[in-house]
Ligand binder design. Sequence first.
Ligand code: HSE
Length: 292
Amino acid sequence: STVTVKVPATTANLGPGFDCIGAALKLYNEFKFTRHESGLIIQVSGTEAEKVQTDESNLLYQAFLKLYEFIEQTPPSVKIEIKLGVPLARGLGSSATAIVGGLVAGNVLAGSPLSELQVMELAIAMEGHPDNVVPALLGGCRLAATSRTGWEICDITWHRDIFPVVAIPDFELSTSEARRVLPTEVSRGDAIFNTAHFGLLLRGLATNREEWLRAALQDKLHQPYRQALIPGYDAVETAAVAAGAYGMVISGAGPTLLALTDELHTQAVVTAMTNAWKQAGITSVVRSLPLD
Ligand code: HSE
């Protein structure tokens, strides 16, 4: 038997929502699992295929094993075909696609013993933070908050006239490196700043009120520390805003940069971000990517 799972890229944080909000984008990885009897085979095609491990250390396969460990069953021997559309280590949730893909495929091949909620909780535990795996599993824009017993997930209204533009540079930044630069404690002033701006962001996303969105895309918990890891950050932000974007943030842990704009300005923002990075000596792929 065969199961194919298609999992979207995700952009986490959206500026002030560090580690709690993320949105799925129309860019996908596809994973096909086929039971067969002669040991693990992993075949990879698509974007940056040569960078993916094809042995047991493969994250997709590790997630698949985790599912069987959780349900206390022996995993079947499988052939896995991976079609990559999401670039690796760029802040677009490529590891979340692997974690969600492996867990979902494992669950289906096992006859769906786990609920979607259980799969989601396993995915969050594997990734360590919820903001990529939750929208990767459920689609749309999602907020995750711990409850007394687990997680509360809510869907965040995203006004249809707000257009994401992602600027993906040709260099990688590992999430662990981008987390290492963060302080373990923050000031009360910075905590209040983020609480206010995150609230404003949620209302801005729902209403498309331009002045709210323009003010909301600011953060004091992670971006100030991470900007130094992304050459050209200031120039790309200035160019995006001058071309009509509401603002620009780091997508996930970076180095991809995410601008939000309206339909009218999308092309100008794409061009401005591409050129600004080119002037800073960095080749990038910049494109408008709608929500999944
Ligand atoms: N919220 C996480 C971070 C996302 O910013 O480190 C990592 O993909």
